[in-house]
Structures are given as structure tokens and as C-alpha cells.
Design a protein around this ligand. Structure first.
Ligand code: AFP
Length: 321
């Protein structure tokens, strides 16, 4: 079985990107430790601070954000970072070649119930001399690497550098990520969907009709029964989709007219869309490929529909009506 170090050494990417991937992955090992200590380390619970999006930050949101921020700041390949937990983009090293967007601990509402959480990251080229928010506003198709680390029963890394998706499992004794699945392939068909059903009455008609048809199962037009799963951490739901197929969606809703979408483009939707597409799946807003969206701001939110290609296409057909 190949270690992550051996895999990266043998891959056809720039030395600077190799270095950056090691920084991200080594920090995720530290995060994995911090998360697993939980109540023993007094790291559970909320702080009194809110992030720029008005969400109350958990202690671990801040701890993991600081861990990644410090590690990336010390990596000379990194020019700047953007994080869910930072109001503005943060400058790192003037001559860095990369910009890193990340959600240090996705699914943080799961922390206190000891359920799945993860780190999501997206790496973009730094193309401008001066670092501004505009430097980051690149389409998802520009990403040179994307991945997540899932802190679950085992800690797993899913990574793409544009040549398929590889999955690694952290060996608890050696503390090495081991390649446990090469060239992940999402099944094209599925009988499993993931959506927060409590928002049903706030969705647009296309999504209401699509989900209603899934629920009708073999008594409706789909003529097969579907099952539903919802982990409330995108990283967990996308991991299931990469592992055994499925469709995951957080669609537009009218629950809060000021916030029609929930998931963040730059550090949730884009990296997950690249992983899904690199595994043979599709990722769309319902009307546009996620990776083709021209971002307008760093904390922008989007509707997300991703997963098994035939099922996503079926869902998109409802949006085309
Ligand atoms: P938190 O990190 O604030 O818990 O949000 C997680 C998330 O952005 C995404 O990972 C989930 O898919 C989604 O929110 C869950 O949202 P609901 O709580 O509305 O189900």
C-alpha cells in the first residue's frame, strides 16, 4: 500500500504544489488529533464570537482555523488564504504561487454530538502580483488541487490534482495517510438522495416536484424506491456520494429571503464539485455547472446539486421545464 508521501512523490505535479499538499495534509493530522480529544481537551462548545456570516463560532472552528492559517503562513508557496472563519482574505508570502481557500471544520454543528466533521480545501493559482480579494475570484475550473479530510471512525483524505480522485486513510499507529482507493468512480445511477427535508416548503417548484417524485418511489414516475440520508456536514454527505453514489443537494430556498443559498462557493461547493467531476459525477446549481461560476465575492453562497451523473441529469431536467 502506498503512503501519501510516496503517492505525491510519484505524481506529475509541481514541486511547490507537492510541498503545499504536505502542509495541508500534515496540518489535518494535527486537526484530527485535536478533534479526537474532544471533551478531554475542553475544546467542545461555542465561543461568544461570530464569523462574518453571522454564525456563532465553535471553539474548534477557531482552533482549527488558527492551525491551518499558521501552517499555510509558514509555507512559502502560499500567497494568501481565504477561510470561512476569516472576514477578509489574509496575505501570507509575497512570492507564493498559490491561494488556498478552506473551511477548517465543516459541519461544526456536529462537533458537540461527536458526529462527522471535516476540513475542505481548494487551491488556486496566484496569478496577480498584488494580493486582493479579486485575486481569489477565479472559477472553480481553475483549481489546481482540491480535497477534504473527514474526521470519522477513521480519518480519510480525498484528493484531486486534476487526475482523478484518490482516497487515503490515516493509519493510527504510523500516523501516515495510506492510499486505500485509487481513481474513485461514482456509480452513474443511484437510489439514495440527501437533502434537508425540513426546508421542503421553501424550495422552488422544480426541486419540490423532483423530490416528490423520488419519495413516491415505485408508485410514481421514477418506478423505483429511494432511500434518504442527511449527515448535516457536506463533507460526510459528499464522502458517501464518492464512496457509493447518490445525489446530494442544498437547493435555493425562501426560508430567509436575505440568504437564498446555504453552501459557500469558494471553500465548499467548488472543491467538492471538482472532486465529484473528477470521479465521473456532475455538480450544478440547477442552471449552471458549479465549476463555471464566476465568483463575485469570497463568501458567496450557491445552490448545489451533485453526485451520480444520471441522477443529477434527471434532477436538472426538472429545472429545465
Ligand atoms: P456548519 O459547518 O455551520 O455546521 O454547516 C455545515 C453546512 O454548511 C454543510 O456542511 C451542510 O451540508 C449544511 O451546512 C447543513 O445545513 P443544515 O443544518 O441546514 O441541514
Amino acid at each position: 500500500m502506498q503512503t501519501f508521501t510516496q503517492y505525491v512523490a510519484g505524481s506529475n505535479i509541481d514541486t511547490s504544489l507537492k510541498q503545499l499538499l504536505h502542509t495541508l495534509v500534515n496540518t489535518s493530522k494535527e486537526i484530527s488529533k485535536a478533534v479526537s480529544h474532544g471533551a478531554l481537551a475542553g475544546v467542545l462548545g461555542e465561543t461568544e464570537q461570530q464569523n462574518v456570516q453571522g454564525e456563532t463560532q465553535k471553539k474548534l472552528d477557531i482552533i482549527t482555523n488558527d492551525m491551518l492559517k499558521n501552517a499555510l503562513d509558514n509555507d512559502l508557496t502560499v500567497k494568501g488564504i481565504a477561510s470561512e472563519e476569516e472576514d477578509y482574505v489574509v496575505a501570507a508570502n509575497e512570492n507564493g504561487q498559490y491561494l488556498v481557500c478552506f473551511d477548517p471544520l465543516d459541519g461544526s454543528s456536529n462537533i458537540d454530538i461527536n458526529s462527522l466533521v471535516g476540513t475542505i480545501f481548494s487551491v488556486l493559482p496566484a496569478t496577480e502580483d498584488e494580493l486582493t480579494e479579486a485575486s481569489f475570484l477565479q472559477k472553480g475550473c481553475n483549481q489546481v488541487a482540491a480535497g477534504y479530510v473527514l474526521y470519522g471512525p477513521s480519518t480519510m483524505l480525498a484528493l484531486t490534482t486534476g487526475n482523478g480522485v484518490q482516497m487515503f486513510t490515516l493509519h493510527p499507529e504510523t500516523n501516515e495517510f495510506m492510499l486505500t482507493e485509487a481513481q474513485v468512480a461514482i456509480p452513474v445511477d443511484t437510489k439514495e438522495f440527501a437533502i434537508n427535508m425540513s426546508n421542503q416548503r421553501f424550495w422552488q417548484p422544480a426541486m419540490q416536484t423532483y423530490i416528490n417524485d423520488l419519495i413516491k418511489g415505485d408508485t410514481g414516475v421514477r418506478q423505483k424506491n429511494f432511500n434518504m440520508r442527511w449527515i448535516a456536514a457536506m463533507v460526510g454527505d459528499v464522502h458517501r456520494v464518492l464512496s457509493r453514489g447518490g445525489i446530494f443537494t442544498y437547493p435555493a430556498d425562501t426560508k430567509n429571503p436575505k440568504k437564498p443559498f446555504k453552501l459557500r462557493l469558494m471553500y465548499e461547493a467548488n472543491p467538492m464539485a471538482l472532486l465529484v467531476e473528477q470521479s465521473g459525477g456532475l455538480a450544478s446549481t440547477g442552471y449552471e455547472n458549479i465549476l463555471d461560476i464566476q465568483p463575485q465575492e469570497i463568501h458567496q453562497r450557491v445552490a448545489v446539486i451533485l453526485g451520480s451523473s444520471n441522477e443529477v441529469e434527471t434532477c436538472l431536467n426538472y429545472h429545465a421545464l
